[in-house]
Write a protein that binds this ligand. Structure first.
Ligand code: ATP
Length: 217
């Protein structure tokens, strides 16, 4: 069986240590060969990002530089079309074949919002879903929208090793170091002239300063 690959999409507006720990701990705990970061170009299921897709992509590249297990996929940023996860996974299947286990990494908040995503039911035919704990967002069937709760009960496996032998269709949860960091709070800090240090990598802070991002107009 080919090695499992983690797929980590997000707005990354900006990328921060919550994202980086999620990816690093997922890699270790779920036995992933690598993590492919996919910044969204034009995400349609949430408010428009505050800075351009190109800046968000460049910040992710700076944040992951030096980690040989992290790769960055710029296709959604370069596509002149809205970003949706199912077409992205279909593209990855064309590239990687149908057999490789793919694990879509989601924070618990993103997982609970899955039924608002374009063609969301098709996700399960394309990849597994690995849900990380996030402060303030319990992962329990009773707290999920009804159809997602049913899927969760049917597809949940306790041990990530059970996912390695098939390409997709399972759901696993994993505990990660709990970091109550959010891009929203970082943007608010920056707009108020506060310091975002130690919430995100210095290389990203330097990029934000050099390009004067997230300032009040
Ligand atoms: P925003 O505050 O703008 O909504 P965010 O910090 O949630 O942004 P996103 O780019 O929307 O960041 O998140 C990408 C993915 O990372 C999502 O699946 C989200 O649940 C997860 N994530 C983000 N921050 C954390 C965190 N601190 N702990 C665990 N997961 C996180």
């Amino acid at each position: 069986m080919p090695e499992a690959l983690g797929i980590f999409g997000g707005t990354f507006d900006p990328v921060h240590f919550g994202h980086l720990r999620l990816a690093e701990e997922a890699r270790q705990r779920l036995g992933l060969a690598a993590i492919r970061w996919i910044p969204a170009g034009d995400p349609r299921h949430r408010p428009a990002p505050q800075v351009t897709a190109r800046h968000r992509l460049d910040m992710v590249k700076r944040a992951v530089a030096g980690n040989p297990a992290f790769e960055v996929d710029s296709a959604e940023v370069e596509a002149d079309a809205p970003s949706y996860t199912v077409p992205t996974l279909e593209r990855l299947r064309r590239e990687l074949g149908g057999e490789r286990p793919l694990l879509l990494l989601l924070g618990a908040d993103a997982f609970a919002g899955l039924p608002t995503w374009h063609r969301w039911r098709e996700l399960f035919g394309l990849a597994h879903i690995a849900v990380s704990h996030r402060p303030g967002y319990p992962i329990e069937a009773a707290a999920l929208p009804a159809e997602l709760a049913d899927r969760y009960r049917a597809a949940h496996v306790a041990d990530a090793a059970d996912l390695a032998g098939r390409p997709g269709g399972g759901i696993v949860t994993f505990a990660m170091t709990q970091l109550a960091i959010s891009a929203t709070a970082i943007r608010e800090q920056l707009q108020q002239g506060g310091s975002p240090r130690y919430l995100l990598p210095d290389a990203v802070i330097d990029y934000i300063a050099a390009h004067q991002l997230y300032r009040l107009p």
